[in-house]
Structures are given as C-alpha cells and as structure tokens.
Write a protein that binds this ligand. Structure first.
Ligand code: ADQ
Length: 472
C-alpha cells in the first residue's frame, strides 16, 4: 500500500512554539495524515526574488514530509492574485460581477498546475493515493495523467460549486471544468454543489450521470458529498478552558453585563459583513429596548489585501461600523466593536463561549467553520444561539440554528431579537441537537470517509458517454 500525498495551494510547515492554532485546511490535513505516513505538497507562501532558480524544499516533521516550492513573481501574480482569487473565487461564489478575467492569468494558472505536476512526478510512487484540495488545483490530475500517472487521485472543493447557468460565464470553462473528470473522486461540501457539478457535466459535456458515477474513457469518476467538520470535542474542551484566559476575562468584564453578539470572518465579500451590519442597524432601530444592552463584536481579519475588491470592502465596512456607532452609540456604550486583527483559536473559543449570539451570515460559503466552532464552544447548560445564513454549507447540517436569508435585513434583525430573548429550554434543545450532529460529523470522520471512498474501486458500470477533448 502506498502513502498518502496531500496537495494544496499552501502548505503550513509546523513552526516551533507557534501560538496560533491551525486554520481549517491545516487541521483537515492533519486529520487525514493522522494514522498514515505521507507527504504534504504545495506552495511555501513565499515569492522568490526575480532571477533565482526555484527549488523545492523538504522538511520532515512528525512522520509527515512537507515538500514546498516558492512561486516566481509572475506566477504569484497570474496564478494566485489573478486567476484563483479574481476569477475562480468570485465566480464559484456566484459573483460573476466581480470576476476580472485575463488570458494571461489563465495561462499562469495552468503553468503553475503543470509545475506542481512536474515536481510531484519526482516523488510519486505507483501505489500512492493523492488527495488534492481546492479550486487552485482543478487541472492538476490532468497534468499528472499526462505524465502517465495512473494513481487514484481525489479532489475536494472547499468552496461552493455554482449551477451551470453561472459557471458557463467563466471564459474557457470548457477547457478547465471538464478536467475535473481526470480525478477518480470529486468531493463537495453539500448535495447542492455536487448536483450542480453533475448538471454541468450532463449539460455541457453530454455525460449522463448514474448515481453520481460518470464513465470517462476507461475510468469511472465519482462525485460525492463530504461536509467538512471541526475537531468538535477538542474545540469544546478548549472553549471550557479558554473562558478563563486573562484576555477573555477582561473582554467579559468590559461588557458590563451586556449581551455579546459575535461575528468572526476573513474580511471577504462572500462573508456578507456589510449586509450583517445593516441588519444589526435595523435591529437597533426596531428594538430600542436593547439600546445600551448589547455589544456586537465583529472580528474581520484582513485577507488578500493586494486585490482591489478587498480594499473596497475594507473601506466600506469600516465606514459603516463607524456610522452606526456614531448614530446609536453613547459616551458609555459603543454598539459595534470592529477589529481587524486575528486572534488565536483559544482566544476565539473563549469569546465564542462568552457570546449569547453567534452571527454567521455569509452571502455564500462552502461550509463555514466559524458556525461549527461557535456551537462546539457553548456551555451546554447555558448555550448561546447560532444565527446562520441559509447560503452557508453548514446550514445543511445545522438545521437547529436560526436560519436566515442574509439578503433580507428584516429576517436577520428579527432573528437577533429572537436569539437574545430565547428561553433557556429552547436554547438547550437547539444546542443539543446541533452539538450531536457536529460531534458525529467531525473532522476525523470527514477525512476517513473521503479516504475510504478514494480507496474504494468503483463498481463496473456501462459506458455512459465519452469525454469531450479537453484542451491544454
Ligand atoms: P474560509 O473562507 O477561510 O475557508 P471558514 O470556514 O469560516 O472560512 O474559516 C476557516 C478557519 O479560519 C476557522 O477555523 C476560523 O476560526 C478561522 N478564522 C476565520 N476568521 C478568523 C478571524 N477573523 N480570526 C481568526 N481566525 C479566523 C474555506 C471556505 C469555507 C470552508 C473552509 C473549510 O471558504 O467555506 O468552511 O474553507 O473547508
């Protein structure tokens, strides 16, 4: 049996004495590699100075071999800042209006995928299983197959997959999206995403689906659903300890008995922070009895700052928070505390536990782990209430949350009022039901299910269709 090779855009080599805990993908990769020897391969996060030769680096840590490569300035611009972040990210989040396509960026994207395949070619054994993560690496299996690799290769998309009516607005989609058929298994966060991909293949490639199995030449490609989880039990324990952290205690004291509402996001247009602030403003207008009695803490860490759309939302959200504070605040009360720097997971866990309401209202999100972390952090005897967008993948599992339409400020404002005055018995019942689901579907379960599905050979089924030729 071969080893497991995980490939993702970024690789996080564990640092000695690192304070911050791993982010979503990192925890997921650790869970996948927990009982196996393996390799984690990807970009180091560094951009190489011009004219230096780009070499791979190898580090072994806890039986995991980390192989990383730097990107050239041009690759970083075209592949990362360009095609993945300014074309694929917006379109896969249903925001065709924000996509800035250029042929040059597409060729940079294909070039970096080819570079990854060339380097992987040097380390892959014939029995290795390969698990590729996310939209940065859609054509990687094709680039590996072209080098003769017949390994089982799986792909998991962490973000949404839109319906073909939207996806076909992506210039050259017919060159890119069908290359997913070179994987043996393509995993999605929700049934809707999987169904959208299946419809794309049927509509655009003429491949009929039989139970999410597609015959492509002499192979079968399977689609399945694997909602990503968190380390639910470990997070619950962490939260229990973290409310006693001096910083968290200071925050609680500073609230002076006011109810805390918390939002935690990367500063990204998909997270709906602007809509959320408007809904909170509406709540303050409609429910004046809460004036002075509630504090909304929005932690929004800056990301992708080199991209203009991100600078725009940073400016818009900062000014909306200031405007609402100016209109509703008092000398002794600020309704919104707006913070741009990140906190460690232990601090976040303590803050989640201290919050009466977790406000998670993305306009579109693959899963949203913050929603799950908020639930895991609650005190089961006196839990807070999760308000969750129906457009987050997490809403498929978190049916006991207060589900809202983030585009409708009335529905979010009403949910805030409902959450703040929800009786204890109902809070416990909802939390119990959410926690049960998330304990079962935790990160370990997710990794094990994906790997078991990848290792399983498909049942032989009849020839269903021929793949259209995919350009390179
Ligand atoms: P993200 O878009 O980054 O992930 P999300 O799932 O909400 O979004 O968060 C990932 C991790 O980052 C969580 O562990 C969270 O605690 C942490 N995080 C987020 N904001 C933070 C902040 N302001 N400060 C500190 N930590 C913060 C992508 C997809 C999601 C999908 C994940 C995993 O966009 O839909 O859930 O991958 O598949």
């Amino acid at each position: 049996m071969g080893q497991l090779v995980i490939v993702s855009n970024r690789v996080a080599i564990p640092e000695k004495n690192a304070k911050a805990r791993a982010g979503g993908l990192e925890v997921a990769v650790e869970a996948a590699l927990r009982h196996k020897t393996g390799i984690w391969f990807g970009w180091s996060g560094k951009v190489a100075p011009t004219h230096t030769k780009i070499a791979t680096q190898k580090v072994v840590h806890d039986e995991i071999t980390y192989i990383t490569l730097d990107l050239s300035k041009e690759d970083h611009q075209e592949y990362y800042n360009g095609f993945t972040n300014r074309v694929l990210w917006p379109i896969l989040h249903y925001r065709i209006d924000l996509a800035e396509f250029s042929r040059r960026d597409l060729s940079g994207y294909l070039r970096v995928n080819d570079h990854f395949a060339r380097e992987l070619h040097e380390v892959l054994g014939p029995d290795d299983f390969i698990w590729v993560h996310d939209y940065h690496l859609i054509p990687l299996a094709k680039a590996l197959r072209e080098r003769g690799h017949k390994n089982r290769i799986g792909f998991f998309l962490h973000i949404p997959f839109p319906p073909p009516e939207i996806l076909t607005a992506l210039p050259h989609h017919e060159r890119l999206i069908p290359s997913l058929c070179e994987y043996d298994l393509v995993g999605f966060q929700t049934g809707d995403d999987a169904f959208n991909f299946s419809r794309y293949l049927t509509r655009e490639c003429g491949l009929p689906s039989r139970d999410f199995n597609f015959v492509v030449g002499d192979r079968t490609m399977r689609i399945d659903v694997f909602p990503v989880g968190i380390e639910t039990a470990a997070f619950a324990e962490l939260a229990q300890r973290s409310v006693r952290l001096p910083f968290v205690k200071r925050v609680i004291t500073s609230l002076a008995g006011r109810a805390l509402i918390i939002g935690v996001d990367r500063l990204d247009y998909s997270k709906g922070i602007g809509h959320r602030l408007s809904a909170f403003e509406l709540f303050l207008q409609r429910q004046p009895q809460w004036l002075g009695k509630v504090t909304y803490l929005q932690i929004a860490t800056k990301s992708r700052t080199e991209i203009p759309e991100y600078a725009d939302i940073e400016r818009d959200i900062g000014s909306a928070a200031g405007r609402i504070n100016g209109a509703f605040g008092e000398a002794d009360w600020t309704p919104i505390r707006y913070i741009n720097h990140p906190y460690s997971h232990s601090t976040l866990a303590g803050l989640y536990r201290a919050a009466r309401v977790g406000l998670v209202t993305p306009l579109r999100d693959g899963m949203n782990l913050v929603a799950k972390e908020y639930v895991a952090s609650q005190n089961p005897d006196d839990p807070g209430v999760l308000i969750l967008s129906r457009f987050a993948g997490a809403s498929h599992e978190c049916k006991a949350a207060l589900l809202v339409n983030p585009y409708d400020p009335d529905s979010v404002a009403a949910a805030i009022a409902q959450a703040l005055s929800m009786p204890l018995a109902e809070r416990r019942e909802r939390h119990n039901s959410l926690f049960r689901v998330l304990s079962h579907n935790d990160i370990q379960h997710w990794a094990e299910r994906f790997l078991a599905a990848l290792e399983r050979k498909p049942n032989a089924i009849g020839q269903l269709g021929q793949m259209p030729s995919v350009g390179s």
